[in-house]
Ligand binder design. Structure first.
Ligand code: FAD
Ligand code: PHB
Length: 422
């Protein structure tokens, strides 16, 4: 027998976007149900992002998610850019007044599940056969079979597609419902490891090397997170741990510096693409996070974009479902796309400047070095990187009936990032 149920917002996906949306809606008095194909343990352990913009961290603090973030997050003034055997510190705090925070996505997901459970939220992990139906009606349905085999059909005022790049919501939009899909696939991937090895750096290193890009990040003072550019179709079985450490040591080398190694706890290869779907809405279906746009991880924007999307979406849905306002939902897509394209620009720029193409010619290599020299020697050029990397625009969540369209919708690019009066 199928259970027929009702909720205000049906949320597909319990990644950071879906879980945070559910949490913010609850703060605004709107009910939701989250449906996730994977198990809770899988979602909590999936190794992804680590770097938070200040506005992301502030939103998490402002909405009751700051306790572990403040106790365990690592505050960084900036990053290192490395090329031609030289390592340069880019001091973002000095350039913009803003630093960044390392706090792993795994921990954000755990914090969100914990707070949703404590507040009586419903999240269905391990669901199968999830589908969205009736998208042209005023009461679309979220259907799924729960982990115990019970089939559910949940009528929703609104459905939020927070189901990542490979989810079901975006493909469910009828032909013509999306105006454009902008896509760029890069001819390389990232091999990422989590390692029981204390980080050999105090801040994240982005390194361009003739053999390819390498990145040294961290999760805690004991656990390192490191990445290597590898061929797009590479196979993880070709990368025993010793080979990974040898390659990282080569690409990250600068005179007098030593890379600490240790047991590899997790390793995987991820493809690199830029993707933006427009608009992020079809009638009563809204897309947020990776379901709507993907950036390559160079520049650390994906999670930050997902958080900015759902802060705007929660504000808009509370406006619609509690206060009968449609102005905020109508502006949702345009508001988020401006930020998404700015992040797409930064991550494309950093990717093309730091990675080496399969058969790169000397002209492109010399241009990359010239760009990096310019960035590390010109204060103006460094400040531009710093402004976009640390994310100039505030992330706004306002559950009040007076959520101001001006504050929420303001064309953020027109507000100078150095204007402290905002
Ligand atoms: P996801 O995290 O993909 O969550 C989508 C969820 O939907 C998943 O749990 C999935 O199982 C579920 N789902 C899919 N299909 C269905 C279905 N049919 N029914 C129900 N549920 C479904 N971003 C940063 O900001 N900073 C970083 O430092 C950074 N580093 C990264 C490093 C790597 C190697 C990678 C791969 C990504 C990185 N990112 C980073 C990007 C960031 O991890 C993503 O942008 C973020 O996970 C997006 O969150 P989301 O909730 O939109 O999507
Ligand atoms: C990470 O810590 O996983 C990380 C940091 C910076 C990036 C990408 C990933 O650009």
């Amino acid at each position: 027998m199928t259970l027929k149920e009702r909720t205000q917002v049906g949320i597909v996906g319990a990644g950071p976007a879906g879980l945070l949306l559910s949490h913010l809606l609850a703060l605004g008095g709107v009910e939701s149900r989250v449906v996730e194909v994977r198990s809770r343990a899988h979602c909590e352990a999936r190794q992804r992002a680590g770097m938070l913009e200040p506005a992301t961290a502030q939103l998490l603090r402002d909405t009751g998610l700051g306790r572990r973030l403040d106790a365990e997050g690592l505050e960084h003034d900036g990053i290192y850019l490395q090329f031609a055997g030289e390592r340069h510190h880019m001091n973002f705090r000095e350039l913009t007044g803003r630093g960044v925070t390392i706090y792993p996505q795994t921990e954000i997901v755990k914090d969100l599940i914990q707070i949703r459970n404590a507040n009586g939220g419903i999240a269905e992990f391990g669901a199968t056969d999830s589908e969205v139906a009736g998208l042209d009606s005023d009461l679309p349905e979220l259907r799924y079979t729960d982990a115990a085999g019970q089939r559910h059909e949940v009528s929703c005022d609104v459905i939020a597609g927070c189901d990542g790049f490979r989810g079901i919501c975006r493909p469910a939009i009828p032909a013509g419902g999306l105006r454009t899909i902008a896509l760029r696939t890069y001819p390389f991937s990232w091999l990422g490891i989590l390692a029981q090895a204390p980080p050999s750096t105090d801040q994240v290193i982005y390194a361009r090397h003739e053999r390819g890009f390498a990145l040294h990040s961290m999760r805690t003072p004991q656990i390192g997170r490191l990445y290597l550019q590898v061929p797009a179709d590479d196979d993880i079985s070709q990368w025993p741990d010793d080979r990974i450490w040898d390659e990282l040591s080569l690409r990250l080398a600068v005179p007098g510096w030593h890379l600490r190694t240790g047991p590899v706890l997790d390793k995987s290869i991820t493809g690199m693409r830029s993707f933006v779907a427009t608009p992020m809405r079809y009638r009563r279906l809204f897309l947020a996070g990776d379901a709507a746009h993907i950036v390559p991880p160079t520049g650390a924007k994906g999670l930050n974009l997902a958080v900015a999307d759902v802060a705007a979406l929660a504000t808009a849905l509370i406006g619609l479902l509690r206060y009968g306002r449609s102005d905020l939902v109508d502006a949702y897509s345009d508001t988020c796309q401006e930020r998404a394209w700015r992040a797409t620009y930064l991550s494309w720029w950093m990717t093309t400047m730091l990675h080496v193409l399969p058969r790169q010619d000397p002209f492109d290599s010399a241009l990359q070095i010239a760009q990096l020299r310019n960035l590390t020697s010109s204060r103006a050029a460094g400040a531009m990187l710093a402004e976009i990397y640390t994310g100039g625009a505030p992330v706004r969540f306002d559950p009040s009936p007076k959520a101001s369209p001006a504050a929420f919708l303001g064309p953020e690019s027109l507000v100078p990032a150095w204007d402290d009066s905002r």
